[in-house]
Design a protein around this ligand. Structure first.
Ligand SMILES: [Fe+2]
Length: 394
């Protein structure tokens, strides 16, 4: 909740980062008194050999009591309920989530059901419905984007009602986030680009929103600097393990920033484009980010200008007159999208008209703009933007 002049800051997640971070998992489980973890992941992660890498790193001390790799990209209540059944059948005592945002959020949903011994996740929708610690949850992100490994939030679809359900509680934070570059080395360039831009937007929106505070700012600025330095080089050199680790840390920092200072209109619109048109989250966010910055420029100019140093470096700041630095930040974000477009052979979309569905069709049409706008106005992310969308300032 945003209250002018007041803030709280929380990050209760232990982060373990490094080239051998996976090997810390057995010790982490031991400190949590867990011996029979259920590994939750998705098929793409399993097929990329990432599950095998994790299992190799934690053996022989830890053998998962169950492994399920069936989480779909847009997971929903039914998936969560089914996985909770598997957890119970195998007498598991912890969750090891290995995947992107959908896997990590699904694991959080499963953790609610198995910890509360319930079957209907909808009873816990909203803020603050949980009142006690959940089962141990370790999060191993395989993208450098969502930051879900450190957030107090889970977003899970209810396909029956065509809604996204939001769950927020301090008890949803994983016990530990494990950042190991081996988890993202095989991430395709377009996915690396889109998820990296999503993390950049988390940091920028946290820094320029009304709920910003000095603690979230510190996390946001470091995230922006790391992404500015490493995103394009990692696309150019995908096996750059140091760069991959830096991006994973950046996504983690940005996750802490927006978990405490919220996101803004870019995410409100991005959620709406995703819901109406089925466009992947990171793709929406990358496209919309420069427009969101421009829209809020008259209110956010000085804050936006401060981002030029972490994003582009001291040389660019020195060459840019002070009154042009905010505009230059927007230009740098556009250049970043342009470079990612070129480096991914055109797979990273710069505009909504460039987005292509699997069958080659264009999922975003002019007719969809109105339902997108309506849905965006109903999104919780608009509460901390500096100007509302009716033209009134706050
Ligand atoms: Fe995001």
């Amino acid at each position: 909740m945003y209250i002018p002049g007041y803030y709280e800051f929380r990050c209760s997640v232990k982060t373990v980062a490094g080239h051998q971070a996976l090997e810390a998992i057995p010790g982490l489980l031991e400190t949590l008194d867990a011996r029979r973890p259920m590994m939750i992941t998705d098929r793409g992660v399993a097929q990329a050999g990432i599950v095998a890498t994790v299992q190799g790193a934690i053996a022989p001390q830890v053998q998962p009591a169950a492994v399920d790799d069936s989480v779909p990209p847009d997971s929903d209540l039914d998936v969560v309920c089914r996985l909770a059944g598997i957890y119970r059948e195998n007498d598991c005592d912890a969750i090891l989530a290995v995947g992107g945002g959908s896997v990590l959020d699904t694991a959080k949903g499963v953790n609610i059901l198995v910890s509360e011994d319930e079957d209907d996740l909808r009873a816990f929708e909203g803020h603050g419905k949980l009142t006690r610690r959940l089962k141990p949850l370790l999060a191993v992100p395989t993208t450098a984007g969502t930051g879900s490994e450190v957030t107090t939030v889970a977003v899970i679809a209810d396909h029956g009602s065509k809604r996204k359900l939001f769950f927020t509680s301090p008890f949803l934070s994983p016990d530990a986030a494990i950042l190991d570059p081996r988890m993202t080395l095989s991430l395709p360039p377009a996915m690396t680009a889109a998820t990296g831009m999503d993390a950049l937007a988390h940091a920028i929106e946290a820094y320029t929103g009304l709920a910003k505070n000095p603690l979230s700012d510190a996390h946001a600025l470091m995230a922006i600097e790391l992404i500015g330095k490493h995103l394009v080089p990692v696309i150019e050199t995908p096996d750059d393990a140091d760069g991959r680790l830096a991006l994973a840390v950046a996504a983690n920092l940005a996750g802490v920033a927006f978990s405490n200072a919220m996101v803004g209109m870019v995410h409100a619109l991005g959620h709406a484009v995703g819901a109406v048109c089925g466009v992947p989250h990171g793709t929406c966010i990358a496209i919309l980010l420069p427009y969101g910055l421009e829209y809020n420029m008259h209110k956010n100019g000085p804050m936006t200008a401060e981002l030029l140093l972490p994003l582009a470096g001291a040389g660019v700041v020195a060459r840019t007159p002070a009154h042009l630095r905010a505009r230059q930040v927007v230009a740098v974000v556009r250049q970043l999208n342009q470079r990612l477009h070129q480096k991914t052979g055109g797979q990273h979309a710069r505009f909504l008209k460039e987005v292509k569905a699997a069958d080659g069709s264009a999922p975003v049409t002019i007719e969809m703009l109105e339902p997108i706008a309506e849905k965006a106005l109903d999104d919780g992310s608009i509460f901390t933007i500096p100007k509302n969308w009716t033209g009134m300032t706050c």
